[in-house]
Ligand binder design. Structure first.
Ligand code: 5GP
Length: 129
């Protein structure tokens, strides 16, 4: 069972941004930038392109809605996205509010307090449609 499945099942807490029957979005615990969000299918699958085309498009549709909320809640030049999965082998879309190249290089990290995580999640969540 992946760490994200444990989050989905409520065994591990997260700063939740959005959820429906098939997807959950929560803040990355070690963010590249303020508002760095992960969008995760509840059905555990390792690699993005092992998803059926239908599930892939559905994940992207949910990610689009989360990105729109992020754009409203967090000031940045653009929301960038990547799918990696080398650390957690459970498909997830990174959505990163980006101002500079280093924000999407997964090398520079920002430290946030619990209160900042809570406020960010609430603010993004309030824009989610
Ligand atoms: P990747 O697998 O795409 O290389 O990276 C996994 C991402 O998941 C990393 O950005 C890491 O900070 C994040 N991550 C790993 N464990 C947890 C966790 O328990 N909770 C949250 N919210 N994020 C996590």
């Amino acid at each position: 069972m992946s760490i994200f499945t444990k989050i989905i099942e409520g065994e591990i807490p997260c700063y939740k941004v959005a959820e429906d029957d098939n997807y959950i979005a929560f803040l990355d615990i070690n963010p590249n930038a303020k508002g760095h969000t992960l969008v995760v299918p509840k059905k555990e699958e390792n690699k993005l392109f092992d998803l059926s085309k239908e599930d892939y498009l559905s994940l992207m549709d949910f990610s689009y809605r989360v990105a729109k909320a992020l754009e409203k809640a967090v000031s940045c030049k653009r929301v960038c996205t990547s799918v990696i999965g080398l650390e957690v082998p459970h498909v997830h879309v990174h959505l990163v509010p980006t101002n500079a190249m280093e924000d999407i290089q997964f090398t520079k990290k920002v430290k946030l307090t619990n209160d900042e995580f809570v406020a960010l999640a609430a603010s993004i969540s309030s824009e989610f449609e």
